[in-house]
Design a protein around this ligand. Structure first.
Ligand SMILES: [Zn+2]
Ligand SMILES: [Zn+2]
Length: 330
């Protein structure tokens, strides 16, 4: 059995029905298009061809929101049918590289292809996201010489003009807002509430996000061990996307468990928060194998009576049944 087919079977048996797209549409009343969630990258810092660095895409109305953009997440964004210029907002939970390494690619490709015709990206994240942005894109930043060459060399000016731009070209200037737990960001018909994640403080501030859309709510916990703050943030959500780095009992130390949790911790978090669906992500190869997957899902279901979804890169979900609207290539 092919890997994706097998994983589809796991999702179908343990969680929601896997149905073709038209079935999802049949359940959808005639109103605004449903919010769509795409798991761009469900991996960890460990190298993997199957799972890219952390990244999640939320299509709400006309807005396209990415949360985290780790290595490979941008490639998955392209595979999902979207481009950097389509993204309207980017949120970062924390600045571990597996969550932000494709930030440069997102901003530079948006700037390059946008030819000054798209708005600068709205970026939200914990400090020091502004400093990281300056260090990447300022004149004396990592990409400063590249940006200058693209603005000033005649060949680049000609290309910019061919794309519809009118020189002189502006520099990329993401509109960065540093945020903290308790903040609320309002969008067109949606809002994001910022919560505290328990991960690697005080070295990195770590956030979780709750997105309330017109048709439902989703909490992306970022990277977090078990903590009441994520339970509160996720309370009553349709979907909780939570890292599932470890099989219970296999974390290398108590400090690891506190920072990353395990599958039994996640089951309790989902139960206490009263969410409808728990999506497992940030999956290590160690547990991403037959029998272990089923055991984890089964043991979570002994505690949590909602749906459990074993996340995969490019898996798409909506708030309305069926939970899993489509698995790429399935
Ligand atoms: Zn992390
Ligand atoms: Zn991570």
């Amino acid at each position: 059995m092919k890997r994706r087919t097998f994983l589809g079977a796991v999702a179908a048996s343990s969680a929601a029905a896997v149905l073709p797209d038209h079935a999802a549409e049949a359940h959808e009343p005639a109103r605004a298009k449903p919010t769509k969630i795409t798991l761009l990258g469900t991996g960890t810092p460990a190298p993997s061809l199957e799972r890219q660095g952390s990244g999640y895409l939320f299509e709400v109305g006309d807005d396209l929101i990415v949360m985290d953009h780790g290595p490979g997440a941008h490639h998955r964004l392209l595979q999902s049918g979207h481009r950097a210029v389509d993204v309207t907002h980017a949120f970062f939970t924390h600045l571990h590289y597996d969550h932000c390494m494709d930030y440069g690619r997102l901003v530079l490709q948006r700037w390059d292809q946008g030819a000054d015709k798209v708005l600068d990206l709205d970026v939200y994240g914990p400090a020091p996201i502004r400093r990281m942005t300056d260090l990447l894109f300022a004149p004396d930043g990592v990409y400063g010489p590249d940006i200058r060459a693209r603005i000033e060399h005649q060949s680049s000016i000609d290309q910019f003009t061919a794309r519809g731009g009118t020189p002189p070209r502006k520099r990329p200037a993401p509109r960065v807002r540093e945020i903290k737990p308790g903040d609320v960001i309002e969008g067109k018909g949606w809002k994001v509430t910022v919560g505290h994640a328990q991960h690697v403080e005080p070295f990195l501030e770590c956030l979780g996000y709750r997105l309330d859309a017109p048709d439902g709510s989703v909490c992306y916990a970022g990277d977090s061990g078990a903590t009441d703050s994520i339970v509160e943030l996720a309370r009553g959500c349709d979907v909780l996307i939570h890292m599932n780095h470890y099989f219970s009992g296999t974390a290398p130390s108590p400090a690891y468990r506190a920072a990353c949790g395990n599958h039994k911790d996640n089951a309790l978090t989902a139960k206490k928060a009263g969410v409808k669906t728990l999506v497992l992500t940030h999956v290590l190869a160690q547990i991403d194998q037959p029998r272990v997957r089923e055991q984890i899902v089964h043991e979570i279901q002994q505690v949590f009576d909602g749906k459990v979804v074993w996340g995969e890169d490019l898996m798409q979900l909506t708030f309305t049944a069926p939970t899993v609207a489509k698995i790429e290539g399935y």
